[in-house]
Design a protein around this ligand. Structure first.
Ligand code: FE2
Length: 149
């Protein structure tokens, strides 16, 4: 993969990760204790994802930048708008769909760069694959939660 394309993809991922962080950042507002605890940890995981992608960009000598500036990143990138009155079940449904998309997006990115002729890019695939795994784990937790609601 060309350097410019790689940096573009990473910045797009960074923007999405920022959106994910925004989903869980207000964990304290949820009524149910299990959701508060889980979303608090998910917020920490998403913050780690943001930092990991940022540090890859810095180490490539690139500047982290958002593909979509401010506002409703999730709405503009995923086509979901979460209204304030949405039930927790609906919110979890949307988050689950977003984590599924995230996992699929990472899987496509990882498989692209792990086949790269460039050793460095193959190594990057190993670093970002942990984000891929964690988006899958979050998706599975959300799906499991939905089954009991
Ligand atoms: Fe994430």
């Amino acid at each position: 993969m060309e350097e410019k394309q790689l940096i573009g993809e990473l910045n797009r991922i960074l923007t999405l990760e920022h959106g994910h962080l925004g989903m869980y950042r207000d964990f304290i507002d949820h009524e149910e204790k299990e959701i508060r605890r889980t979303f608090r940890r998910f917020a920490e995981i998403e913050a780690e994802h943001v930092e990991k992608v940022k540090s890859i960009l810095y180490n490539l000598g690139a500047k982290p930048s958002f593909v979509v500036e401010g506002g409703d990143i999730i709405g503009s990138l995923f086509g979901f708008t979460i209204n304030k009155a949405a039930s927790i079940k609906d919110i979890i449904k949307i988050y689950s769909a977003i984590e599924k998309k995230s996992h699929e997006g990472y899987a496509a990115f990882v498989s692209k760069i792990e086949q790269d002729a460039d050793n460095r890019n193959r190594f990057l695939a190993e670093i970002v694959s942990s984000n891929m795994l964690e988006s899958h784990l979050m998706h599975l937790w959300l799906e499991d939660k939905l089954r009991t609601m």
